[in-house]
Design a protein around this ligand. Structure first.
Ligand code: NOJ
Length: 763
C-alpha cells in the first residue's frame, strides 16, 4: 500500500501508515488540499473536473472509448458506470499508481432504486408515504453500491412533475413539492448516512437542477418556461430540501428555463445554490450537457460552452470531455480565473477526502465485503416489505379482492411471469433473473390450495417499431408470433375455467424512464382488446398494473372490478403482490401523482387554482371541458384498503393564531371495517384571500397509522405560519393575515374542513 502514497504529501503517509482505519480529519483537510492543489498543473486541475463513463453500462451516447488513456495522463477525476470491486480496483490502480499526483478516482453510478437488490421504482416507493422505509431503501442501496466499488450515486431525482407523459416521472416522487421534499430528504439521509467516511455510505446527487420535470408537452429534454413564482413554489422546494439535508453534489438539468440552459445558468448554480442555499459540495453536469450548450444555441463552439458552463458555477463535466480540452486555453486567455479553477477542484477533492479515498483509495473495492453484502436475505426482506407498502389499490368493487385461497384463478397477461419488466428501468446493477415473478409469488402464497392457470393473452405491444426500439435499449420483450386473436382465444379458454381472473397488464419498463415520453399514456391497444374480451365473460376481473407513470385508465376502470397499481416493484414484486391479492397483507399505498381520465386534461394535479370562473356544470362560461371532467380519475393521495376508515372533522386548538404561534389540529381516525390496516391521514391548507392567487389545497402534513379492526386513534398535527407562507407580490416569502382552511382526509379529494385566522401585526 505504501508505494501508492510515495509521492503524496506527508499527511497521507500519516494516515496510510495507521494500522486501523481512522476517519479523515476535517481539520486536516484544508492544509492537505492546499498543498495538493499547489502542486497541480492546470491540465491536472481540468482533469479533476472531468468525468467519463466506463463501458459497463451505457446511459447516453458513447463519446469516449479511450478513457483509460486519459486516466493514465492524470486527466480524469471521476469515472461512472463502473462497479464491482475488481473493476473499480483496476481503474483506481491506474490513477493512484500510474499518475504523477496519484489522486484517486471517484466512482459514480445511477443507483436509483437499489443496486443489486432492487426496490420499487422511486415513484412507486413514494406511494408508500413511508419515509422510514424509503430512507432504509436508500441506506441498503448505499450499502450494496459501496460494497461494489461505488462512491457516489446520481440520486435522488428531486424533480417535481405534473406531466405523466414525461417518462422520467418514474424516477421521481410525483407532483407535490411538500411530499417531494420530505422524500428527497429521506433519500439523502439514507444514501449519505451520518458519516461519509463510513464505507457503507455514498455521496448523494440531487438532480436535475432545475425544473427538469416540466418540459413542454411532456417531451424529455424539451424547453421549460414558467413564471418565477411557479418555479420557486412548485419546482424548487425538493432540491432545496435535499441540499439542506446535506446532499454533497448536485446535477444540472438538460433543459433551459426561460431561455437559459441550466448548465450555463449562473443565477441558478452560483447565486441561488451556493449563495442563498449555502451549498458546499460540487456541481456535475448531466451527460454531455456542456456540449449541448451548442445545439441549445447559446454557445458557438466548444470553448465558449466551457466558458459559459464553468463561469456559471458548473464544477464537473460529465462525459463530454470539454473541460479537459479547453480549460487550459481559457485560463491562458484569462476567461477562467485560476482562483475559480482552484475552488472547483477543491470541491471535488474535498468529496474524495471525506470519503476517505486519500487514505485508502481501495477501501470500497473489497471482494470479501461484496460477497457478504449484496442481495442478502435481509435486503430482500426489505424489498418485499416496501414493495407491499408501495402498491396502490385503485378500485375494489364488490370486494372482489382479496382473493380466496381456493378454487381456480386464471392469471392472464404479458406480465404474469415477466421478471425483466418488474425490476423497472434504471435498475442499477440489478439482475432481473434474481427477481420473483407474479406467477411464482401467487404459487408460493396460495400454499397449494389454488389451481393457477396461465395464458399470455397479448404481447406487451404489437407495435413492431416500438418492440425493436425497446429491445435495442435494454429491453427483453419476448414476442409471441401467434396472431393477437389466437392469443386472446387461448386466454378466453383459460379464463372460462376459472372462478376469478387476474389480468397482469401494463407498460414495458422501457416505456418510461429517460427518453421515454409517451403522448398516449394508456395501455397498449392490444392489451386493451384482451381486457375487453375477458371482461365479456362476466366473471370477476382483477387488474394488476405494471407501469412507470400514471396511466389514463378510463376503459380499465369501466371493465375491471378491482385494480391494483403495482408500478415496477422490484426484485420481490411477485411475493409482495401475491400477499396483497390474497389479503395476507392489506394495501396501504396512496398515489403520489394524479391519474388523469385522459391525456387532454394534462396537467391535472390536486393543487389547482380556483380561476375567476370556477367549474359550474350548469353555467356555460366556466372553466371546464365539454367532454371530460376537470378532475383526475384517481387523484393525488388516493388509495383504498380492504378495511374501512373514518376520519373525523378536524378540531382546531384555536380560531386565531399569530405569526409566532402554532395551531394544533386534531382528528380521530377509526378503523370501522373488519381487518387491520394502515391509513394515510392527509392534511391540506388553503389561503382563502391573498395578494396573489393560491391553490385550492396544499399538502402540509400527513400521518400513516396502523389500526387494528375496531380501533380508533386521535392524531395531532401542528401548523405554524411557516406552513402558510408563499411568494407574495415582489416574490417576497411571506404569510398574509386572513382566513385559512385546514382540510383533513384520506385523499386530496374527500376532505373535511375547518377554518382559522392568521393575524399579523401588519394588518
Ligand atoms: C443522464 C440522466 O439524465 C442522469 O439522470 C443520469 O444520472 C446520467 N445520464 C448518468 O447516467
Amino acid at each position: 500500500m505504501k508505494s501508492i502514497f510515495r509521492h503524496l504529501p506527508s499527511m497521507i503517509l500519516i494516515f496510510a501508515s495507521a494500522s486501523a482505519w481512522a476517519a479523515p480529519k476535517e481539520s486536516a483537510m484544508k492544509p492537505f488540499l492546499d498543498r495538493l492543489i499547489s502542486r497541480m498543473t492546470v491540465e491536472e486541475k481540468a482533469g479533476q473536473l472531468t468525468q467519463y463513463s466506463a463501458d459497463m453500462a451505457q446511459t447516453g451516447a458513447s463519446l469516449k472509448d479511450n478513457y483509460k488513456e486519459d486516466i493514465l495522463k492524470g486527466r480524469v477525476g471521476s469515472i461512472f458506470n463502473a462497479y464491482t470491486p475488481a473493476f473499480t480496483r483496476e481503474l483506481q490502480t491506474l490513477a493512484v499508481e500510474k499518475t504523477r499526483l496519484k489522486i484517486p478516482l471517484i466512482f459514480g453510478y445511477d443507483v436509483i432504486h437499489g443496486h443489486r437488490t432492487i426496490f420499487p421504482i422511486p415513484l412507486g416507493e413514494s406511494a408508500s408515504w413511508d419515509l422510514g422505509l424509503i430512507e432504509e431503501s436508500a441506506r441498503i442501496a448505499a450499502r450494496e453500491a459501496s460494497a461494489d466499488g461505488v462512491h457516489w450515486t446520481f440520486a435522488p431525482m428531486a424533480d417535481v412533475s405534473r406531466d405523466p407523459r414525461w417518462g422520467r416521472v418514474s424516477e421521481g416522487a410525483g407532483e407535490d413539492p411538500w411530499l417531494g421534499s420530505r422524500i428527497a430528504e429521506a433519500r439523502v439521509r439514507g444514501f449519505q448516512g451520518k458519516d461519509l467516511s463510513s464505507t457503507e455510505t455514498v455521496l448523494a446527487c440531487v438532480k436535475h437542477f432545475a425544473a427538469y420535470g416540466a418540459p413542454q408537452g411532456g417531451r424529455d429534454y424539451n424547453v421549460v418556461d414558467m413564471s418565477e413564482r411557479e418555479l420557486f413554489e412548485t419546482y424548487m422546494p425538493p432540491y432545496e430540501a435535499a441540499v439542506k439535508a446535506g446532499a454533497m453534489t448536485v446535477m444540472t438539468s438538460f433543459n433551459e428555463i426561460g431561455g437559459v440552459p441550466s448548465s450555463a445558468n449562473r443565477d441558478l448554480l452560483t447565486d441561488l445554490l451556493r449563495g442563498k442555499w449555502k451549498f458546499k459540495g460540487f456541481v456535475v453536469a448531466d451527460y454531455t450537457a456542456v456540449n449541448e450548450l451548442i445545439p441549445h444555441g447559446v454557445a458557438a463552439d466548444e470553448k465558449s460552452a466551457v466558458d459559459l458552463a464553468f463561469n456559471a458555477g458548473l464544477d464537473m463535466d460529465m462525459q463530454g470531455g470539454l473541460y479537459s480540452n479547453h480549460i487550459v486555453q481559457l485560463v491562458k486567455d484569462g476567461r477562467i480565473k485560476v482562483r475559480d479553477l482552484d475552488l472547483a477542484v477543491r470541491r471535488v477533492l474535498e468529496a474524495k477526502y471525506r470519503l476517505g479515498l486519500f487514505e485508502d483509495p481501495y477501501r470500497y473495492s473489497d471482494e470479501e465485503r461484496a460477497k457478504k453484502s449484496l442481495l442478502t436475505p435481509e435486503h430482500r426482506a426489505h424489498a418485499r416489505q416496501i414493495a407491499r407498502k408501495s402498491a396502490v389499490l385503485l378500485k375494489n368493487d364488490k370486494n372482489v379482492l382479496p382473493l380466496k385461497k381456493s378454487g381456480t384463478i386464471a392469471l392472464i397477461g404479458p406480465f404474469a411471469d415477466n421478471k425483466r419488466d418488474q425490476i423497472g428501468n434504471w435498475s442499477g446493477a440489478g439482475d432481473w433473473k434474481q427477481a420473483v415473478s407474479l406467477e411464482e409469488g401467487l404459487q408460493q402464497a396460495s400454499e397449494g390450495k389454488v389451481k393457477l392457470l396461465k395464458a399470455k393473452g397479448a404481447n406487451v405491444t404489437d407495435d413492431p417499431r416500438l418492440i425493436d426500439f425497446l429491445n435495442e435499449h435494454g429491453g427483453n420483450l419476448e414476442i409471441d408470433s401467434r396472431s393477437p386473436q389466437k392469443l386472446i382465444d387461448e386466454a378466453l379458454a383459460v379464463a372460462k375455467k376459472a372462478d376469478v381472473i387476474v389480468m397482469a397488464l401494463g407498460e414495458s419498463q422501457g416505456m418510461s424512464g429517460e427518453a421515454a415520453s409517451r403522448s398516449r399514456i394508456r395501455l397498449p391497444e392490444n392489451q386493451q382488446e384482451l381486457l375487453k374480451a375477458i371482461a365479456k365473460l362476466g366473471k370477476p376481473v382483477v387488474l394488476v398494473l405494471f407501469n412507470g407513470r400514471p396511466l389514463a385508465l378510463e376503459l380499465e376502470t369501466a371493465l375491471a372490478h378491482s385494480i391494483l397499481e403495482t408500478w415496477f416493484l422490484g426484485t420481490e414484486a411477485g411475493p409482495a403482490i401475491a400477499a396483497l391479492l390474497f389479503g395476507d397483507e392489506n394495501p396501504s399505498g396512496k398515489l403520489p401523482m394524479s391519474f388523469p381520465v385522459n391525456e387532454g386534461q394534462i396537467p391535472v394535479y390536486y393543487s389547482m387554482k380556483n380561476t375567476g370562473r370556477p367549474f359550474d356544470a350548469k353555467q356555460k362560461y366556466t372553466s371546464k371541458y365539454l367532454d371530460v371532467s376537470n378532475e383526475a380519475l384517481y387523484p393525488f393521495g388516493w388509495g383504498l384498503s380492504y378495511t374501512k376508515f373514518e376520519i373525523s372533522e378536524p378540531k382546531l386548538s384555536t380560531a386565531r393564531i399569530k405569526l409566532n404561534q402554532k395551531l394544533n389540529v386534531k382528528v380521530t381516525v377509526a378503523n370501522v371495517g373488519d381487518r387491520d390496516g394502515e391509513e394515510v391521514v392527509q392534511l391540506y391548507v388553503r389561503d382563502l384571500v391573498s395578494s396573489v392567487t393560491r391553490p385550492l389545497k396544499q399538502l402540509r402534513g400527513y400521518q400513516k397509522v396502523f389500526l387494528k379492526k375496531g380501533e380508533s386513534k386521535e392524531l395531532s398535527f401542528e401548523l405554524s405560519a411557516e406552513d402558510l407562507k408563499f411568494y407574495g407580490k415582489g416574490m417576497k416569502w411571506m404569510a398574509e393575515a386572513g382566513e385559512f382552511q385546514v382540510m383533513v382526509g384520506a385523499n386530496s379529494r374527500d376532505l373535511r374542513a375547518a377554518s382559522f385566522h392568521l393575524v399579523t401585526t401588519a394588518r
